[in-house]
Every structure is written in C-alpha cells, then in structure tokens.
Design a protein around this ligand. Structure first.
Ligand code: 5AD
Ligand code: FES
Length: 368
C-alpha cells in the first residue's frame, strides 16, 4: 500500500480534515490492499452511522415524458423512438397502495420533467399517498419554488434532485438550456422549505476527471444532503452520448465508499445503474457504504419504457418479484430490512475543522 494512501485514509477516517486532494488520493485506491482498506472503512462507517438496516424505497416511475434534452438520458425529449406513457393519479395511488402492502415505508414518485402534471395534480397525489401513512419522496426535476412549497404543504417529506456533476462546464455541456446555478438554486429552495434533500452524480461521464468526482463528493457534504445517489454513466444508443464508454464500476464503488467516509450520515442507495452493470453490483455496493435499495413499483406494462439507459434491471419483473428478491439479497448479506421510514440522520460530521475548497463558491450561490 502506498504510504501516502494509508496516511490519507487514516487522517480522513480519524476526522482530521478532508481536503480536495485527500479525496482525489482516496479515489485512486489501487486494486488489492488499498481498495480493501477503503471498503473496510466505508463498511465500518456505514455500520457506525446508519446501522445494519437497509431501507427500501419503492419507486413509481409515473411518466416518461420529459421536456429536457440531457445528452446522456434515454428519456430526453428528442428521443422519438420511445413509447411515452403517463400514469393517472388513480394508477399512481394504486401502485403506492401495493407498495404499502409490500411493506415499503417510503414511496418515491419519479418522472421525467413533465408539465402535464400540474402542481395541483401532484399535490393531491402526494396528499392521498400520505394518507397511507408512509414517507413520500418526489423526484420530478426543476419546478418553480411555489410548486415545491405546495407539495411540501401537501405532505411531501423528501426531494431528490441530482446535481449530476459538480463541474459547471461539464454540466453545461451535458444539459442544453439548463444551468448549474439554477440547479443549486432549486436545491437551496428545497432545503429552505424543509425537505430532506437528496442529490448525487454520475461516474464516468465523458471528460469527467477524478478532481470533478472529488468536487461531487465535497458538494454533497457542503449541501449536507440526507441522501446521495451515485451511479455509473451507461450509454444509451438513442442519445448523443451513445458511442461513449460506460463509467467504470470499480470507480463507482470507490466514489461510493469515499462518499460514505466524507458524508457519513447520508442515506446512500445501491443504485439500479450499478445493478445493471453487474448482476451482484447492488450487493457489492451494500458492502461498500450503501444502506438503501430502491425497488421498482412501476406496473410491469410501463417498465420497459422507462429506459433512462439500456439493460435496466427488473424490466420483466412485477412489484412483488422485486420485494422478494431484495429480502433475500439483504438477508444474505446479514443485514435487515428497516421497519421505519428512515428519515434523515444528519449529525455533526466527525471533524470540526473541515473546510472544503469550494465552500466560498457554493455558499455564495446558496445565498444569492
Ligand atoms: N446512465 C446512467 N445514469 C443515467 N441517468 C440518466 N441517464 C443516465 C445514463 N445514461 C441518471 C441521472 C438521473 C437519473 C434519473 O438517472 O443521474 O438523475
Ligand atoms: Fe427487482 Fe431483484 S429487485 S428483481
């Protein structure tokens, strides 16, 4: 093991400061001793901060219409080879009921950015699901602050809005007609409104560097996110990035593990994208820092059309199949399925003198 790697790992796990170059150093963990040491520490932090419980968040992908043109995503508006669907509020509610019967304590409503669902329609849907006694997470992209406010009043507990990449230039290249500043403004509103906020990023985007990934991890810490979804980029043939190679699974695990060390209290899912690149990807992620799985609750007939990237797992399954599959997976790892909603656990970080390089820029944006 390189001496510098060992020293950095020891310093970070002891809570003696995390600088950007420390994060980069940890991300360069070499296969063998270094990766093993990193994963051992990530698993220990996971156990210490968020425990042995694995939270199941049932996801309803209720519309694949999207007004955006993100260059990596199969749902982009320009992809006219996709059958588009919208679930009615009644169908969404029926899926949520199934989720409650399956024991899920959180229902996630996810869609492309689809203005067909007005703020009022979604508010009523949220309120109806809250009647079932579960936590509700929304993941419907950028909307006016008033919409976020209405949904919060309707009872929504959490909001997922991935920052996708903390490099503003790369962000601009990937997202035509969108801005990184706007993204951060939305995250700021959501926090102000009292949501438990989740963000996250992709790994292996074209042109992305280890410094960019370190900035992703430090941004998650800066934002004090309650959740962070980290997954590999997977090229979709009907997108402009279809010819680029997929992100590395090993690098994704390293980003996940380092995130657990730097944002120890966060809920970190073993993402579907990790499960798509490797049959035991989610198990590996759960042993390297993750403590959440997001089973698919979407009715089988719609699943094949929520094709963010190709090869997505669980396309031929129904909600009950995923429930049973995950129970087995979690038990086989010696972990337990949580029986409560698993709200945010934000606690003071293990270090008091941590000063990220990006603090100035981000806090300026957060105040503007
Ligand atoms: N590969 C991997 N992840 C993707 N996402 C979108 N497109 C891709 C892709 N091609 C992720 C983004 C988005 C989430 C819904 O899915 O992070 O926020
Ligand atoms: Fe869907 Fe395993 S989680 S089949």
């Amino acid at each position: 093991m390189r001496r510098e790697f060992a020293a950095t790992l020891a310093r970070v796990t002891a809570g003696r400061g995390v600088e950007k170059e420390d994060v980069v150093m940890l991300l360069t963990a070499q296969p063998g001793e270094e990766e093993e040491a990193l994963y051992r520490q990530a698993d220990a932090f996971r156990s210490r901060y968020v425990g042995e419980e694995v939270h199941l968040r049932g996801v309803i992908e209720f519309s694949n219409h999207c007004r955006r043109r993100c260059r990596y995503c199969g749902l982009r508006a320009d992809n006219n080879r996709l059958d588009r669907y919208r679930m009615t509020p009644e169908e969404i509610l029926a899926s949520a009921r199934r989720g409650v019967e399956l024991g899920y304590k959180t229902i996630v409503l996810q869609s492309g950015e689809d203005p067909w669902y007005t703020a009022d329609i979604l508010a009523e849907t949220v309120a109806a699901i809250k009647e079932l006694g579960v936590a509700v997470t929304l993941c419907v992209g950028e909307r006016p602050r008033e919409d976020y406010e209405l949904w919060r009043r309707a009872g929504a507990d959490r909001y997922l809005l991935k920052h996708e990449t903390a490099n503003p230039k790369l962000y601009a290249r990937l997202h035509p007609d969108m801005s990184w500043e706007k993204r951060l403004a939305c995250l700021r509103w959501l926090k102000e409104l009292g949501y438990q906020v989740g963000s996250g990023n992709m790994v292996g985007l074209p042109g992305q560097t280890l410094e960019d990934l370190a900035a992703d991890i430090l941004l998650l810490r800066e934002l004090e996110v309650e959740m962070a979804g980290i997954g590999p980029f997977i090229p979709h043939p009907n997108t402009p990035l279809g010819d680029h190679p997929a992100g590395s699974l090993d690098l994704t695990y390293r980003v996940l593990a380092v995130t657990r060390l730097v944002v120890p209290w966060a809920h970190l899912p073993a993402t579907t994208a990790v499960g798509t690149l490797s049959p035991n990807g989610r198990q590996m992620a759960l042993r390297r820092g993750a403590n959440v799985v997001m089973p698919n609750l979407t009715p089988g007939k719609y699943r094949p059309n929520y094709q963010i990237y190709p090869g997505k797992i669980c396309i031929n399954e129904e909600p009950d199949d995923c429930r049973h599959c995950l129970e087995g997976m979690i038990r086989s790892l010696g972990r337990v399925v949580a029986r409560h909603p698993g709200h945010g656990l934000r606690r003071s970080p293990p270090t008091k003198n941590w000063k990220p390089r990006i603090r100035v820029e981000v806090s300026k944006l957060l105040q503007s």
